[in-house]
Design a protein around this ligand. Structure first.
Ligand SMILES: *Cc1c(COP(=O)(O)O)cnc(C)c1O
Ligand SMILES: [Zn+2]
Length: 466
């Protein structure tokens, strides 16, 4: 048996709580349809007595599993034996202090940090979760794996399938909604790419119907194993801070897998006595895809011990259908109106004393330009975390001297179209890509300087502008 005897799946609903074997392939409770967690009989497992003990595993970096920034923390996601994990070197990511950005956000010097998950093999945080889901898929004998994707999940799935040769990847994408950086990855890595006449929410609904029919393993973040891998993003943040808890963790919200995983990580760390303080969590929506913000901030839904008013959510989705409103934002990775992990996110917000905000495409792109100017760069969705930090600072929710970690979810090169349109001197290009999204100004544009093909003119221009 490669899967652990001490791990099991459990329905998150307190009124159900049904449990399932860790080897079953499920994305929802068979009794009530709620989401599932992976849970552990911790008392039967060997867990470090302090988080600093994980540092010793750095010395095992010649073991592929310990080289992984996910499996280095295997003891905290022990649903499988360590020698049975799938890894392609994910999670080699760093927390960086970002002082120029701190000024932009309105924080004191040294208080703003960026966790750059764009440094993963496929260029987004999704690899953290894919390593775990792929591990479970292989353990259950899956031959094909599928996902619906705004781009990064499919890039990650396609990469894991191609590198490991363990499975065939099938990806479902909406029409015209995927950036070329991400689409090119799926195509290049050889995934079967199914383009559906619809948007992400449609693709998500269809993939959930198709997978059981064809016995395909689903790797969207509705899959609870994905979230086990994504917990390790928080472990690496804590590690980078010398195992101290930051005051705030700020993350963009799309399908709400990350925020849910972060919440679960802190719930478990606290329960295991490995941390004392829990950070506050801020989840940032784009205003063109603001379901969580609408439900949490406007309509007041809460986790409420797992009982929180489901009818409010259902009613909101009916309104969306009725008015034909589709998600629309330049931050394509979070262009989602029906976040599958909504309930787990509410639980995370409850445990981490969380807040939810929404930011406009203008705010997202300005923040993205500032992230880029700091030399890291990110794709639009990632910058929602920084724009959210700035908003929460201006509202006085975050203090200037608190310690804030923004998660940069995806690599700068994922969506060059948005970046180039922001910096362009071509007004038509700007209008076409960004103006149509309500973006009016590129306040931090770094525009190319046009010069004649003449050495003297070039010298003059460089002297003038530098
Ligand atoms: C998937 C993705 C998100 C959204 O994350 P969720 O866990 O679905 O909320 C945000 N940014 C990027 C770059 C992504 O790829
Ligand atoms: Zn249930």
């Amino acid at each position: 048996m490669t899967l652990s005897n001490y791990a099991f799946q459990k329905c998150i609903s307190p009124t159900c709580g049904e449990t399932y074997d860790v080897g079953e392939v499920l994305v929802a409770c068979k009794t009530c349809g709620d989401l599932l967690d992976i849970e552990y009989e911790w008392d039967k497992l060997a867990i470090p007595t302090s988080l600093s003990q994980f540092e010793a595993f750095w010395q095992q970096r010649t073991v592929p599993a310990r080289f992984s920034g996910v499996w280095r923390f295997h003891e905290l996601l022990p649903f499988v034996e360590l020698d049975q994990v799938v890894t392609i070197g994910e999670g080699q990511t760093l927390l960086q202090q970002a002082d120029s950005l701190a000024r932009y956000v309105g924080m004191d010097h040294g208080h703003l940090y960026l966790q750059y998950e764009g440094m993963n093999p496929s260029g987004s945080f999704k690899d953290n979760g894919m390593a775990a889901a792929f591990t479970h898929a292989r353990a259950t004998g899956a031959k094909r794996a599928a996902c619906a994707s705004t781009g990064n999940t499919s890039a990650s799935l396609a990469m894991y399938a191609a590198v490991t040769r363990l499975m065939k990847a099938v990806i479902f994408i909406g029409t015209g909604k995927i950036s070329y950086g991400k689409l090119s990855q799926a195509l290049d890595y050889g995934a079967l790419t199914v383009q559906i006449a619809g948007d992400f929410d449609d693709a998500m609904a269809r993939v959930k119907e198709v997978c059981p029919q064809l016995d395909i393993y689903l790797v969207n973040s509705i899959n609870p194993f994905r979230l086990e891998g994504q917990k390790t993003i928080m472990l690496r943040v804590l590690e980078s801070l010398g195992w101290e808890t930051p005051d705030w963790v700020i993350v963009p919200g799309g399908n709400l897998g990350n925020s849910s995983a972060f919440g679960k990580a802190f719930i478990e760390l606290k329960e295991l006595g490995l941390i004392e303080k829990v950070p506050r969590l801020a989840v940032i929506n784009a205003s063109g895809a603001n379901t969580l913000s609408e439900l949490y901030e406007q309509r007041g839904i809460r986790w409420d011990g797992g009982l929180g008013a489901p009818n409010v959510t259902d009613q909101y989705y009916e309104e969306l259908d009725h008015t034909g409103r589709k998600a629309s934002t330049i931050a394509s990775a979070i262009e989602i109106n029906r976040p599958v992990n909504l309930r787990k996110c509410l639980r995370a917000l409850d445990f981490c004393d969380g807040v939810v905000r929404e930011v406009s495409d203008q705010e997202i792109l300005d923040a993205k330009a500032q992230v880029g100017a700091g030399g890291i760069g990110c794709e639009p969705a990632s910058a929602a975390s920084v724009a959210g930090a700035k908003l929460l600072r201006s509202q006085g929710v975050i203090g200037t001297d608190e310690r804030v970690v923004c998660i940069l979810t995806g690599h700068q090169l994922k969506d060059p179209t948005a970046t180039v349109a922001y910096h362009t001197t071509d007004q038509d290009q700007f209008n076409q890509v960004l103006g149509s999204r309500g973006v009016k100004l590129a306040s931090y544009a770094n525009r190319a300087v046009g010069v004649p093909n003449d050495v003297d003119e070039i010298v003059k221009a460089i002297q003038l502008y530098s």
